[in-house]
Design a protein. Structure first.
Length: 338
């Protein structure tokens, strides 16, 4: 089923079913406050249709005969959508071409994520999210050069970076919706955990742990490994955004081109790089692997927020991800297994 046929032939009820019900409501919630249930359904349908129409226009911008799976080509096509920009900065492009990877829903590493020293028992398995799950699709969109370069200077994070972060989160949200419809056209059910009502953050001391971790899922799927800054380093770097969904469509798993969880980070390989430590204004990134979240959050709340008012984009920093060897790729000298 093409996007065009979905737009022409899908009823509101079917739209809500295809979007996963809970996921659709979660996505539309910010735009549907204080309205009736029926009005909320109309709002959900309108926003989904608008986004899919943008994707229909976007398809004319890329070659459907290019390499990669249909899912990879579709994810790549989304970046040509007008949604992929920051309207506050003359429509500067948000993302470059993504990296997409696939994991079997029964990969043993998903069970490992339930261990307390990894994430914890609150981390739900693919089967818990979606009975009959076959595949987990993980995708990473690197932020554009314009946005990354704006944040390379020392000091406070750039306003373009912060605005891009907010717009990027919305884009990743909508990418999950679009992929859900695309897979529905192949007869598959899908769930986007990050937008699902069941998604929870559990407190463990000073740390909150998610019921679905995009970074760890990306690692399982073969997208990349963790850096000293605790972000995922992919073949297109670490200055970007991750997303994922679970589907009943069975796809060939990506072969993980690494063995260890830190194989792409020069610090863990040979101790040759501490760029993210030097770049972190909050002194949160450290060699001991201790609690980085508390210091990072305190800095963004107490320093970044008040310094950039009245702009609404007060959450973020990203200094450890820019002007570092892993910003836009796997650092030089690091070998992949495949």
């Amino acid at each position: 089923m093409s996007i065009k046929s979905v737009l022409q032939n899908t009823s509101r009820r079917k739209f809500l079913q295809l979007a996963g019900g809970a996921s659709a409501v979660a996505i539309a919630a910010p735009l549907a406050v204080s309205v009736t249930h029926r009005s909320k359904e109309h709002e959900i349908e309108r926003n989904i249709r608008e986004f899919l129409e943008l994707q229909l226009k976007a398809q004319s911008h890329f070659d459907w005969e290019a390499g990669g799976s249909p899912v990879e080509r579709f994810a790549n096509g989304l970046r040509y959508s007008p949604v992929n920009d920051t309207k506050e900065f003359d429509n500067v492009r948000l993302f470059d071409a993504p990296v997409v990877a696939f994991a079997s829903a029964t990969d043993p590493l998903f069970a490992e994520l339930k261990k307390k020293d990894v994430i914890g028992p609150n981390h739900m398995s693919p089967e818990e999210w979606l009975p009959g799950a076959k595949t987990v699709i993980s995708y990473y969109y690197p932020l554009s050069e314009e946005i990354r370069s704006s944040n390379r200077k020392p000091g406070l994070p750039s306003k373009m970076w912060l605005a891009g972060k907010a717009s990027a989160e919305a884009f990743i949200y909508n990418t999950g919706i679009a992929l859900t419809y695309f897979l529905a056209g192949h007869g598959a059910k899908s769930v986007v955990p990050d937008t699902d009502q069941r998604f929870k953050m559990a407190r463990d001391g000073n740390i909150t742990k998610p019921s679905w971790s995009e970074r760890h899922v990306g690692y399982v799927a073969g997208l990349g490994t963790f850096g000293l800054h605790k972000s995922l380093i992919t073949e297109k770097g670490s200055a970007g955004r991750l997303g994922s969904l679970i589907t009943t469509l069975e796809l060939m798993p990506t072969v993980r081109p690494y063995k260890g969880k830190n194989d792409y980070c020069p610090y863990f390989v040979n101790g040759s790089c501490v760029a993210c430590i030097d770049r972190c204004p909050a002194h949160a990134v450290n060699k001991t692997g201790g609690d980085q979240v508390t210091l990072c959050s305190k800095y963004t709340k107490e320093v970044v927020g008040p310094s950039i008012a009245p702009t609404p984009y007060k959450n973020g920093c990203g200094k450890c991800l820019t002007a570092a060897p892993c910003e836009i790729g796997i650092p030089a000298g690091i070998k992949r297994l495949a």
